[in-house]
Write a protein that binds this ligand. Structure first.
Ligand code: ADP
Ligand code: MG
Length: 271
């Protein structure tokens, strides 16, 4: 079954066409990586999948689990099982992270009692992410460092347990040690260690670095996005090697350079 299917999507933001003829299909159990230069429209894609206002679909459709969600409100999309780690999530003055986590847990059908105490399950998850009770009782993302923001986003995903996980630059602004921690949890959330027939989660990972992918096991497919559309798709190791060696600008001239293995041998990057 297709977990995420995007057909001929065109999206306008404040009167400007950002996504154009965008197509993507992610089957149940698949993890794809999306690469592209700044301004290509990657974050716009994520916000459109979530149904943010100001991101106006002017053509095409988005399907999740074969249901057309193009016009569904954001909260219904989340309840259906879409989870996002945002590139720049907002700080929320007056809302404690602990409260947000409890609400997330309730939305997933857990009978958390109406108390200010966090359930022991959530506390354990927080400890794994190196969050002390003091952090959990702070306002969401307010004054958090870059790495703390990403870990707070991952923690919310661990509680929500989505079926389709969208990661918008989970590694940006994070030190190496915490990239490995975040990657380890992403690997679990994506069912990467289960046998293929038991892998029920799907993922789309946006990253500049490629480094985080080393920890995630098999990546099904990589895509290069430029100027609001996918210009090249294929084997992740080949594509990432090519970008590391030749940069995105080379893609503008010749996307088929990934087939030229002599270009790739000099870069030591294996997934
Ligand atoms: P990427 O994530 O690939 O770096 P973005 O999706 O953030 O790219 O941005 C793509 C283009 O859309 C940029 O030109 C950006 O300025 C524009 N854009 C995105 N969101 C908005 C917005 N809310 N208002 C105005 N322009 C926007
Ligand atoms: Mg972005």
């Amino acid at each position: 079954m297709s977990w995420l299917r995007i057909e001929k999507l065109a999206v306008e933001v404040r009167g400007k066409l950002i996504l154009k003829d965008f197509n993507l299909n992610i089957e149940k159990g698949e993890v794809h990586v999306l690469l592209g230069p700044n301004g290509a429209g990657k974050t716009t894609l994520i916000k459109t999948i979530l149904g943010f206002k100001n991101y106006k679909v002017v053509n095409g459709h988005i399907f999740f689990k074969d249901k057309d969600i193009t016009n569904l409100p954001t909260n219904e999309r989340i309840q259906m099982g879409i989870g996002v780690l945002f590139q720049h999530p907002p700080a929320i003055n007056g809302l404690k992270l602990s409260k947000l986590l409890t609400v997330c847990s309730e939305k997933r059908g857990n009978n958390t009692e109406c108390t200010d105490e966090l359930s022991s399950d959530i506390q354990q998850l927080a400890t794994r992410l190196k969050f002390s009770p003091e952090y959990i009782n702070r306002d969401v993302n307010l004054g958090f460092s870059g790495g703390e923001v990403k870990r707070s986003e991952i923690l919310q995903m661990m509680v929500l347990k989505p079926d389709l996980l969208l990661f918008d630059e989970p590694d940006s602004g994070v030190d190496v040690e915490n990239v490995e921690l975040i990657a380890k949890i992403m690997r679990e959330l994506l069912d990467r260690d289960k046998i293929p027939s038991k892998q029920g989660k799907s993922g789309l990972i946006i990253t500049h670095l490629g480094y985080i992918l080393k920890f995630l096991g098999h990546i099904t497919r990589a895509h290069i996005m430029m100027d609001g559309t996918i210009t090249c798709s294929g084997d992740p190791a080949l594509i990432i090697n090519s970008i590391m060696k030749n940069g995105f600008e080379a893609c503008r001239e010749c996307v088929s350079c990934v087939e030229n293995s002599s270009l790739l041998k000099e870069v030591d990057f294996t997934l």
